[in-house]
Unconditional design. Sequence first.
Length: 395
Amino acid sequence: MYKNALVLICLSSALLAQDMQDYKNQQMQNFKSQTTEFETYKKTQESEFDAYAKEQKKVYDEYKKELGVFWDDPKLSTPKNWVSYEDDKKTRTDVDFEKETITIEAIAKNPEEAKEKLQLALAKAIIVDTKTVQESDPLELELKKIKKPSGVVDAKVKAEPILSTVVFDKSPTQNDVKKYVQTHVQNKDIKVKQSSKIEDAKVYTLNVALPKDTMVKRSKVYYDDVVKHADKQKLPASLVFAVMQTESSFNPRARSHIPAYGLMQIVPKSAGIDTYKFLYNEKKLVSGSYLYNSTNNITMGSAYLHILYYRYLKDIKDPTSRLYCTIAAYNTGAGNIAWAFTKTHNMKKAAPLINNKTPEEVYNKLLKDLRYDEPKHYLKRVNSRMGSYHKLYGI
């Protein structure tokens, strides 16, 4: 009887063990299947986005080619410059947010035609909002025709002032705009040169200086969002403001060749994916229009700073040393911070060396040994500007 019971127990144990092993195997198979499915989805999504990006570049190149019919230098927007063209492509406005100037150029047959074009372009520049730009810009209208991949997150651009709050102390009337335009479009200020592209036409150029407090007034447009998301991500708001100024000089139409978009210059395929996953627990690519929405851009930029400070660089113990590394990493990546200390991209190896230095020594080491000059200048600018915004806003 005892032997029979023992045999039954052994058989039950063996069956249970076999069931457990089968369960584990099934679970592992399910996990591998899910992983494979996700990797396939990810590759498909990235492949679709690459195709979408190629179509975008094709539209950009074609648009530049069309501009080249009229202009020797067919400019497009950059991180610090918002460049817009009228529908006929013969008048363009270049707002340099860093130098705080508006340059308007018009190709015309005579001074009277040129002056009218310059006046209209200046009036438009000082009152247009971000939503109107997104919905009326000839290049954006062409880009909108491209079918977006199913996995790309899109959004509408909010209507926010670009220059109206810089130029005027209150919402401008029609007379306010007319007076401003008449004051700044004077014959004596218009430069003229022969067009090398259009026969019997000349290029008329007008430069208008923006107020000296332009940068401060532009920052105020985004104050609420910056403070809200800096607080949410446990960061000083002065850091977010300083990064934003250094990245785009508060140009809401900022775009780099990479491409990176918007106020804090988010790159959809790198920081964009990491940050969207951190914020919403989904791996998604975001569109350019999503990042031209200032709230989305500030949300993602602040979150990416959080990821750098609290995740990628978490092993750096001193908060000031970690802040310096975070600033530089926003520009050049966390791996290049490690490189400055170890000549490898391994932060685990770099952290102990950083922790043995004072914040001042870390700062100086970064300025000396970061691989490129750009992040060195970037660190200096952001660090200095943090002090300015702390003084300005008390944050």
